[in-house]
Ligand binder design. Structure first.
Ligand code: HEM
Length: 134
């Protein structure tokens, strides 16, 4: 098998996405795992779900053994044209809902919460002072 290093586009590899004809892209290389579908310890379903894309992350996430990696040579059919693989979809955090940029109301409330009791206290003293001297 293989070794000729033919270069495939992702579109070409993606055509092989059935249990009777299954190609994978792992680490820049293209593998025809059709004959391996039934023997794969992880099952054929996961292999199928990894078709049509760069399956490197899927493959690595499982933590495949070195013997698993050694088996890959048997399925090698060529290289992937890296420019046909869409750029890694990177996580963009959801936009924060517009956080009130004008902090004034919040600030005024805090100020009032502080001032109003003082005002009442002052008033009480004032009243007491005036009623006493009257
Ligand atoms: C040419 C490609 C692949 C080969 C040669 C391969 C080979 C193997 C081998 C030998 C095992 C047994 C455990 C080990 O030795 O690490 C295994 C397990 C497994 N593989 Fe793969 N694999 C390939 C691709 C994939 C891909 C693309 C996936 C997608 C997620 C996958 C998912 C799994 C899972 C989930 C297990 C664990 C099964 C279990 O422990 O119950 N494999 N594979």
């Amino acid at each position: 098998m293989g070794g000729e290093g033919k270069v495939y586009t992702l579109a070409q590899v993606s055509e092989h996405n059935t249990s009777k004809d299954c190609w994978l892209v792992i680490d820049g290389k293209v593998y025809d795992v059709t004959k391996f579908m039934e023997d794969h310890p992880g099952g054929d379903e996961v292999l199928l779900s990894s078709t049509g894309k760069d399956a490197t992350d899927d493959f690595e996430d499982v933590g495949h053994s070195s013997s698993a990696r050694a088996m890959m040579d048997d399925f090698y059919v060529g290289e992937i044209d890296a420019s046909t693989i869409p750029a890694r979809t990177k996580y963009t955090p959801p936009k924060q809902p517009q956080y009130n940029p004008d902090k004034t109301p919040e600030f005024v409330i805090k100020l009032l919460q502080f001032l109003v009791p003082l005002l009442i206290l002052g008033l009480a003293f004032g009243v007491r002072f005036y009623t006493k001297s009257a």
